[in-house]
Design a protein around this ligand. Structure first.
Ligand code: SAH
Ligand code: SF4
Ligand code: F3S
Length: 457
């Protein structure tokens, strides 16, 4: 087991890959998306430029996810296709990183020997060193099992110039029995408040309007730091500090954990105009038996109390959630409990997942209680149908209202449509030309679907 060291002072030789192009393929969550932006920053520093077209790229980085089994399947399928990509030009380099690489380093090598560099989640700033070594000595794998520090950050090259992710914390100290994240992302480590604030100030200076604070359990942010001689969560204070930064118009955060949600944080969301009236609160299951077996640290009653509190403190709040269907031992009654919570809470949006056993997690060993696939499929469909009805109703409440929308980009499907979000996080399709990108606009919502709102200026 190797522990990462600060590599702040490691001076790299001058950019060595001037003129080469790189492409990044990202799977998984927002943390991975943002890690890819950091890798892009490192590649740019090395003289390379980004290519949106994989066929033009000399260097390809695949940032992997392993949250569910289908993420793994997708990865090995992709690596299979990439053998051809790699063989088309002798100097092409293929690099694989992220959570699946961290978990399955030998497997990635075994299944795809044509990969040049396999790198883990804790040593991404080493990527150019590893690429250099691979060019000198052949394929290399370097995974660090544990880290005690957040690596020094290189300026990320972000996808959007309007809305930016900002890491406030890495890793997770919880032990949800279904979840692989703690084993691939390590223990919870908070970034220093001054680093966060400085990064956001510089984003504001560059014209960024909206930031999304990222962490696996943001409410416990700061628990591991010594701040004013105390170790205690500092998330609410952080929100206040960020709110003071000129130029930032909207602040979002994800994900909070229901058990650690503090009333002060909710009051801050209500009090601070720039903090969006949107709360993501992952339910996972509505059944006390299942919640306990998931090791979530709350029961249905406590969860519903939080939902009530959120609704009573934050006017016109929009709430989203994550739900797992078919956790081992879930019977029809347990599933109905989940439906009851969904019906009561009326989330604007849920992310639904079928339980996927992850090797190395506690729930992987609940094999004698696994729910039959067709039962899971059936429950999943019923939940989906019900939630679509609820989302339809929740999105409809905006019809014929004026909302403030942050315009982010041109729609991929239609050049005459711009997309962005209102404060509640709902996606908006706006009929407008591209000069409005980056603006906070007052728009008229004239129609809605269960998935997005339609607007005109
Ligand atoms: N830290 C975040 C979750 C990160 S994973 C949080 O606690 O909210 C995102 C979501 O994936 C989880 O909320 C859960 O709903 C889902 N998930 C995680 N592991 C899973 C598994 N083994 N099977 C199915 N869904 C899973
Ligand atoms: Fe996984 Fe639970 Fe940590 Fe979220 S809080 S990352 S679900 S262990
Ligand atoms: Fe995210 Fe997937 Fe890793 S969900 S933390 S990229 S396992």
């Amino acid at each position: 087991m190797k522990t990462s060291i600060h590599i702040e002072n490691k001076i790299r030789p001058k950019a060595s890959r001037n003129g080469l192009k790189y492409h990044i393929k990202t799977f998984g969550c927002q943390m991975n998306e943002h890690d890819s932006e950091k890798i892009a920053g490192i590649f740019n520093n090395d003289g390379m430029t980004k290519s949106d077209d994989i066929d033009n790229a000399d260097v390809l980085f695949v940032n992997t996810c392993t949250i569910r089994e289908n993420a793994d399947d997708k990865l090995y399928g992709t690596l299979g296709h990439l053998k051809k990509w790699k063989s088309l030009a002798p100097n092409r380099r293929l690099l694989v990183g992220g959570c699946a690489a961290q978990k399955d380093k030998e497997l990635v090598r075994e299944r795809a020997p044509w990969v040049d560099v396999v790198i883990g989640t804790h040593n991404t700033t080493e990527i150019i060193n590893l690429l250099n070594q691979a060019e000198d000595w052949g394929p290399i794998t370097e995974i660090i099992e544990e880290t005690t520090d957040i690596e020094t950050e290189i300026a990320a090259v972000r996808e959007s110039s309007v809305s930016a992710f900002v890491t406030i914390q890495i890793g997770c100290n919880n032990s949800c029995t279904f979840c692989i994240v703690p084993s691939v992302r390590g223990i919870e480590i908070s970034r220093r408040p001054s680093d966060i604030i400085n990064e956001i100030k510089s984003l504001a200076h560059d014209g960024v309007k909206e930031i999304t604070l990222l962490g696996q359990n943001v409410n416990s942010y700061g628990r591991d730091l010594m701040i004013n001689n105390r170790r205690k969560p500092y998330f609410t204070e952080l929100l206040y500090k960020i709110h003071d930064i000129d130029g930032i118009e909207r602040i979002r955060f994800t994900s909070p954990h229901p058990k650690d949600f503090k009333i002060e944080t909710l009051k801050a969301v209500a009090d601070l105009p720039k903090v969006a009236n949107q709360i993501h609160i992952p339910l996972q299951s509505g059944s006390n038996k299942i919640l306990s077996s998931m090791h979530r640290g709350y029961n249905q009653k406590r969860f519903l109390e939080k939902v009530d509190l959120i609704k009573s403190l934050i006017p016109n709040v929009s709430i989203s959630s994550d739900i797992i269907v078919g956790f081992p031992g879930e019977n029809e009654d347990d599933f109905q409990q989940t439906m009851d919570v969904v019906n009561y809470a009326e989330f604007d949006l849920i992310f639904m997942f079928k339980f996927s056993p992850r090797p190395g997690t506690v729930a992987f060993d609940y094999v004698d209680q696994f729910v039959e696939k067709k039962v899971i499929d059936d429950r999943f469909m019923r939940l989906k149908v019900r939630q679509t009805e609820i989302s339809e109703k929740r999105y409809k409440r905006y019809q014929n209202t004026k909302q403030t929308m942050l315009v982010e980009k041109v729609s991929k499907k239609d050049n005459n449509i711009l997309t962005g979000r209102i404060e509640g996080g709902h996606i908006v399709h706006l009929e407008s030309s591209s000069e409005n990108i980056g603006k906070l606009l007052n728009v008229n919502i004239y129609d809605s679907t269960p998935f997005f709102l339609k607007a005109t200026l």
